[in-house]
Design a protein around this ligand. Structure first.
Ligand code: FES
Length: 84
C-alpha cells in the first residue's frame, strides 16, 4: 500500500507533520515496513471542498480527509490494518 500524506499549505497548518510521525510510528509498531510506503503529497484538492479540520491522506486510491491526532487510531485501523 502507498500512503500519501498531504503537505499542502492547508493540511500543513492542520498538522500534516504530526500525522506523518504518527503513521510512521504506527507502521513500525505493527511491523508493516515491507507492506506500506509513506510519501508526502502536495494538495490533494480536498481543502477547497469545505474540509476545515484535520489532514487529507491518500491510501492507495482512496482519499480520506479530516485526519487528526485524536481520530488517527481509528483511521489507521480502518484504512491500513484491515487492508494490508
Ligand atoms: S492542502 Fe491538503 S488537500 Fe489541499
Amino acid at each position: 500500500m502507498t500512503i500519501s500524506v498531504c503537505i499542502g499549505s492547508s493540511c500543513h497548518v492542520r498538522g500534516s507533520y504530526k500525522i506523518v510521525e504518527k503513521i510512521n510510528k504506527a507502521i513500525k509498531d505493527n511491523s508493516l515496513e515491507d507492506k506500506v510506503k509513506v510519501n508526502a503529497a502536495f494538495c490533494l484538492g480536498k481543502c477547497s471542498e469545505g474540509v476545515t479540520e484535520g489532514v487529507s491522506v491518500k491510501f492507495d486510491d482512496e482519499i480520506v480527509t479530516g485526519i487528526t491526532e485524536s481520530n488517527f487510531d481509528d483511521i489507521f485501523n480502518k484504512y491500513i490494518l484491515q487492508k494490508v
